[in-house]
Design a protein around this ligand. Structure first.
Ligand SMILES: Nc1ncnc2c1ncn2[C@@H]1O[C@H](COP(=O)(O)OP(=O)(O)O)[C@@H](O)[C@H]1O
Ligand SMILES: [Mg+2]
Length: 263
């Protein structure tokens, strides 16, 4: 049976789809069979982030309407053979697709995957229900900003109405330089405010967006190390968290911090 993890946040633009795509890639690199499900109906994202947009023939709405079977709509990632994507529709009246429909799909493919990662839309309405209903675990993505934390806190409350057995927190877009200078909310305070165990910290990194260019990932950048640790922690509870501040420590770090500030 697959672990079914919804990646959610409440607020848009905090990195849910980015975390979902990268977690999928890194779990597949660890040897697991992973299905990414984009249920942000009408605002497809994952196919674009994965660089698979041109390969989409059918999408999740075609599966629900019976136009095709689940397997016909799934796209195998050419760079990571154990990674599959079930894309969402470009345009559609999303109201017709319910959480029960999505759960029927996850039930069909449950035995073929180790992980099913569900990319949740922003907001807490029908789209949220559709994404959370089939899941049994949740990853809550926040950025180190009050508005993101406040929205995610509401989401954590709502998750109590579903069959979510475990929750984990991912802090995205963390800046090590601002963390050291005290200009960004620190990790401990965020974890305390959220009351959810920390699973990973992902740094602000321009290389994060490069995957969508050709579907391949950057392996020698900070975010790659952070996503590697996150995927290991999700899988085996290693508790190893990426330290965003390491390159800003010591004399050289002090100089880097100040150069960054004055650029
Ligand atoms: N750690 C990061 N560093 C730099 N840019 C990021 C990071 N995480 C996400 N982004 C960028 O932020 C934007 C929104 O991310 P996205 O994953 O689409 O958010 P959401 O799914 O929550 O709406 C994208 O342009 C993405 O490339
Ligand atoms: Mg998204």
């Amino acid at each position: 049976m697959a672990r079914k993890i919804v990646v959610t946040s409440g607020k848009g633009g905090v990195g849910k789809s980015t975390v979902c795509a990268n977690l999928g890639v890194y779990l597949s690199r660890l040897g697991f069979r992973v299905l990414l499900m984009d249920v942000d109906i009408g605002l497809n994202n994952l196919d674009v982030i994965m660089g698979l947009e041109r390969q989409v023939i059918f999408d999740v709405t075609d599966v629900v309407s019976g136009k095709c079977r689940v397997r016909q709509a799934m796209i195998q990632d050419p760079n990571f053979p154990s990674l599959y994507l079930l894309p969402s529709a470009h345009t559609y009246s999303s109201s017709k697709i319910t959480g029960e429909h999505i759960k029927n799909i996850t039930d069909i493919v449950d035995h073929s995957f180790d992980y099913i990662l569900i990319d949740c839309p922003a907001g807490v309405e029908a789209g949220f229900h559709r994404a959370v209903f089939p899941a049994n675990e949740a990853l809550i993505v926040v950025t180190p900003h009050l508005s993101s934390i406040r929205d995610a806190d509401k989401v954590v409350g709502l998750l109590g109405e579903y069959q979510i057995e475990s929750k984990g927190l991912v802090i995205n877009r963390m800046r090590g330089d601002l963390l050291l200078s005290g200009e960004m909310m620190d990790i401990e305070s965020i974890v305390k405010a959220m009351g959810v165990p920390l699973l990973g910290v992902i740094p602000e990194d321009d290389d994060v967006g490069k995957m969508s260019c050709d579907g391949r990932i950057m392996t020698d950048c900070e975010s790659a190390r952070a996503f590697t640790l996150l995927s290991e922690n999700v899988h085996n509870g290693s508790k190893k968290i990426f330290d965003c501040t390491y390159k800003y420590r010591g004399l050289m770090g002090y100089l880097k911090r100040n150069i960054k500030k004055h650029c």
